[in-house]
Design a binder for this molecule. Structure first.
Ligand code: B12
Ligand code: SF4
Length: 488
């Protein structure tokens, strides 16, 4: 699970290694432009987990720059134990580049301040989702000299070559299609830290995180999800550029396997993989035949589309080894699903759960590891009643094979519901605290003590007691064909 909050402990081995690697990397430095990878301190020291996943925004933009002959050096806050020594490591650079997401905004602020201290005449060039959705917050940080809203691939070269030609805050430029993106040069990603770690890692492949076997190759096939859930609706701020072709994705994986492999499994980082049935049919036809191996993979779907295209889904699971099906079920009550503008009903959710349970039972009978849900669940949604929470927990119980990612609803800037709660003064998320994990209060008026008790199992009996009624309602709705949300 993700962690947050920067740690300040100083494990000696990592510190020594960081110092040594810093010393050697500075000796090898070829540029006065520095890209800083942002993330939790020390997370590149662990041997597994999602903290290791690499940033495709950074990878793409550095690849474009290097191909155009603009070398950049790289540091990662994930390779530091604390801010100690950071200033010294960034000193001597003229330019700092950062991909800022809301959850890395506090780290970016601190990094920019220290960079400016070390290089008073240096320029800090920022972009990324937080710059896109909360430019006013970014503008308040005087250390950010340039703030790019939106896509960077069309402007990054000009920006680095001549920042003075841009206003302080400006719009980026997207490629018309992901087909125009070069394959990320994965060697431009940060390395794991710790000598043992480095020796054992298959860098630039990524380590396994408890799903399928490592090493993992992460890829993107699409840029944005077209739905408009009120807690996310990324379509309102991310450009809807054309998906990569199936051949391009397979070619990329084959090339990565050949150069750095063998790949153990794949994580498809798309916000939404199970969309555009024609693309999926082509994937179904080509991936098992053209890929150097049929690597099992993790990818995202929605309950309503699983209900709309169950046969296509079943064939994908069976024939392409879609082993971890990530579904944002979020809630088990129609009331909350409407608040979230999920455009899925509780009966769609029930249908999708039964579908994968049945496929999984069948696959298991033939002695093969069955597919699992990676299930995003949200509680603490404004307006949620106790009964809504119990219904959500009943829904969770019905999944036979699952990894549950349970979150308290978090009002992210950029999302419709997030923007509304921020405007109403109801958000408790601050710029130091932009994450979604249970344990920290996110919205005024939500009974977090009750939620913590639910998570701790204090209401398990009550949840269990209502299970038959919950299932009965869903079966009746399915039999009458009700609750079928429209899919696109
Ligand atoms: C992959 C991914 C992850 C990976 C991250 C791996 C990594 N190291 O990057 C994992 C699974 C770990 C992850 C986790 C989380 N994520 Co996430 N994630 C994504 C996802 C699906 C794709 C990101 C990506 O690779 N995009 C493709 C690249 C090319 O785009 P990009 O990085 O934005 O870069 C482009 C531009 O921003 C710009 N740009 C970027 N940097 C710069 C710099 C300069 C100088 C310039 C000029 C331009 C520029 O140019 C690039 C090319 O166009 C996005 C959704 C999406 N469709 O983007 C969500 C997203 C970024 N995640 C989000 C969130 C909320 C989270 C979580 C908090 C919870 C969650 N929903 O799972 C956690 C936080 C983890 C933590 N550390 O606390 C939100 C962020 C919202 C926000 N306001 O910041 C997004 C937008 C999803 C959403 N719609 O809610 N995530
Ligand atoms: S929550 Fe999922 S389905 Fe909804 S808009 Fe975001 S990525 Fe798409």
């Amino acid at each position: 699970m993700f962690k947050n909050g920067l740690r300040s402990s100083l494990p000696h081995t990592n510190m020594l290694d960081t110092l040594l690697s810093g010393f050697t990397s500075r000796l090898r430095s070829r540029s006065d432009v520095l890209w800083l990878d942002l993330g939790e301190f020390n997370s590149l020291a662990s041997r597994s987990g999602q903290d290791h996943w690499q940033d495709h925004g950074l990878g793409l933009l550095r690849t474009i720059l290097h191909r155009r002959g603009i070398q950049t050096d790289l540091l990662s806050t994930r390779a530091f134990d604390s801010w100690a020594g950071f200033e010294r490591r960034v000193s001597g650079y003229s330019t700092l580049l950062m991909n800022v997401r809301s959850y890395t905004f506090p780290i970016a602020c601190e990094a920019a301040a220290l960079f400016k201290k070390a290089n008073p005449g240096g320029k800090v060039l920022t972009g990324g989702i937080h710059a896109t959705v909360a430019p006013q917050e970014m503008e308040r940080v005087a250390d950010f000299d340039y703030i790019c809203r939106g896509d960077g691939e069309g402007i990054i070269v000009d920006l680095v070559q001549n920042p003075g030609a841009f206003p302080r805050v400006f719009d980026g430029k997207a490629a018309p299609s992901m087909a125009e993106w070069p394959d990320v040069d994965r060697t431009l990603w940060p390395k794991p830290i710790g000598l043992k770690n480095r020796l054992r890692s298959a860098w630039p492949l990524e380590p396994q995180c408890g799903w399928d076997p490592g090493p993992v190759a992460t890829v993107l096939t699409s840029r944005v999800c077209p739905w408009k859930c009120s807690f996310c609706n990324e379509l309102s701020y991310i450009s809807n550029i054309k998906r990569k072709s199936v051949d391009q994705v397979i070619d990329e994986l084959n090339a990565v396997d050949e150069k750095y492999g063998p790949i153990g499994s794949v994580v498809i980082h798309d916000s939404m993989f199970f969309m555009q049935p024609n693309w999926l049919r082509e994937w179904l036809e080509k991936y098992p035949r053209r890929a150097r191996a049929v690597w099992p993979y993790w990818a995202a779907a929605r309950a309503d589309t699983l209900r709309q295209w169950p046969d296509l889904f079943e064939r994908l699971v069976r024939e392409t080894r879609w082993s971890h099906v990530s579904v944002g079920f979020e809630a088990g009550s129609d009331r909350m699903l409407r608040v979230l503008n999920k455009e899925c009903t509780e009966t769609d959710n029930y249908f999708a759960i039964q579908l994968l349970n049945r496929i999984g039972d069948d696959i298991e009978r033939s002695g093969i590891t069955p597919p699992k849900f990676y299930s995003n669940i949200m509680i603490g949604i404004p307006g949620e009643t106790r009964e809504d929470v119990f219904r959500t927990m009943r829904m969770v119980k019905l999944m036979k094979r699952k990894i549950i990612s349970l979150a308290y609803y978090a009002p992210y800037p950029g999302s419709a519901l997030g923007n509304q709660l921020i405007a109403e003064g109801k958000s408790l998320m601050t710029q130091d605290n932009y994450h979604r994990y249970p344990g920290v209060e996110k919205v005024k008026g939500v009974d977090y003590r009750f939620l913590a008790d639910v998570v701790a199992g204090a209401y398990d009996d009550e949840i269990e007691r209502g299970l038959d009624e919950y299932v009965g309602r869903q079966e009746a709705a399915l039999a009458s064909g009700a609750g079928l949300a429209r899919a696109r």
